[in-house]
Design a protein around this ligand. Structure first.
Ligand SMILES: C[S@@+](CC[C@H](N)C(=O)[O-])C[C@H]1O[C@@H](n2cnc3c(N)ncnc32)[C@H](O)[C@@H]1O
Length: 323
């Protein structure tokens, strides 16, 4: 499956990305970069790198990486054997993860469209991941041409892909920053150049806060929302603490992934929205209940019309009602 739009100028394979971040452009087997030893990657399945390559500094193909594992769940090709091994083990025990991942992306687009309708023109996408289809700026700018989008991720491959995709887009930037240091996001000159923190802004945290320990996960949401005025929004999707999620956490840990999975209970996920007012952007109106967190499966009918049955992921969208 090739999920890239023909219009994407993004490098289409991990090999091209590696070339773009410092490796030679053509060879399947390439030479070592300064401080990265040559790494042989065995040929894998029908996706991802299948030849031996040498990777540039900062990228370890032997260590599972959550951005690339997610890319594999989505059917992408920017992943290595170590990423696919983790993903396949997770899929073996919880096959719904693949549909859930796709549904998460579709929810992201739906939420962005909703927020544009509410008048939001600035977006900060935390843990943005490898570009795919319907990235935040594409959805927002399809509705409002000058919508501004800052993508934040700490992964060098994400940065490279993002910059390639956005090379000619003046209202969008990819910033490499660690969510565990939220102050650096607010102070970053490229963030400040694009985002006017006196105007309502949407902070998006899809499928990322569950890679942070408690203290850091709550701090990043609070710090960014504190910097945004009334009328701003926080949108979160987050893995729920279930037996399946615990097994997933164990797989990431046993295989030494670059981030730990930290599933949370409904109450713990609800805490991300403390002080904010939850909204219910797209469900059937229900006069009987207040807007609350919802399962991804409640938001999403899969493309073929079959409802997603899982209870793996909770989502919420909330508004800041006062400064
Ligand atoms: C599962 S992907 C989610 C991508 C996208 N938000 C989505 O929902 O489709 C998680 C992303 O968060 C990034 N990430 C994880 N921990 C991070 C951290 N501490 N700082 C910045 N990015 C982080 C990973 O590199 C990865 O790209």
């Amino acid at each position: 499956m090739n999920r890239r739009s023909p219009k994407d100028s993004t490098p289409s394979t991990a090999r091209e990305t590696l070339a773009a971040v410092g490796g030679p452009k053509h060879a399947a087997s390439v030479t070592a970069q300064e401080d990265s030893p040559a790494v042989d990657i065995p040929g894998g399945g029908s996706t991802g790198l299948q030849d031996n390559v040498t990777v540039p500094s900062g990228i370890d193909p032997n260590r599972p990486n959550v951005a690339r594992v997610y890319d594999y769940f989505l059917g992408g090709r920017d992943n290595f054997e170590a990423d696919r091994a983790v993903a396949d083990e997770i899929l073996e025990q919880t096959p719904e993860v693949r549909d859930t991942t796709r549904a998460n992306r579709e929810l992201l687009g739906r939420v962005v469209r909703y927020l544009v309708k509410q008048g939001i023109r600035q977006f900060i996408d935390l843990g943005s991941g490898l570009p795919t289809q319907e990235n935040v700026h594409q959805v927002a700018q399809a509705a409002v041409a000058d919508a501004r989008v800052v993508y934040i991720d700490y992964d060098p491959v994400v940065l490279c892909h993002g910059r390639a995709l956005l090379a000619t887009n003046p209202n969008t930037v990819v910033v490499r920053a660690d969510l565990r240091e939220p102050g650096t996001i607010l102070e970053h000159p490229e963030v400040r150049a694009l985002i006017d923190f006196t105007k309502p802004t949407a902070v998006l945290a899809f499928a990322v806060l569950h890679f942070l320990e408690d203290e850091q996960a709550y701090a990043v949401g609070n710090t960014l929302m504190d910097a945004c005025p009334a009328g701003s929004y926080l949108a979160v999707s987050h893995v729920l603490d279930t037996d399946a999620a615990q097994k997933g956490r164990d797989i990431y840990a046993r295989r030494n992934a670059n981030a730990n999975l930290v599933p949370r209970s409904r109450e713990q996920i609800r805490r991300f929205f403390d002080g904010l007012v939850l909204v219910d952007p797209d469900l059937e109106p229900s006069p009987d209940k207040e807007p609350d967190l919802v399962y991804l499966s409640q938001w999403k009918q899969l493309e073929d019309g079959i409802a997603l049955q899982d209870r793996l992921t909770l989502c919420g969208v909330a508004r800041r009602s006062e400064s």
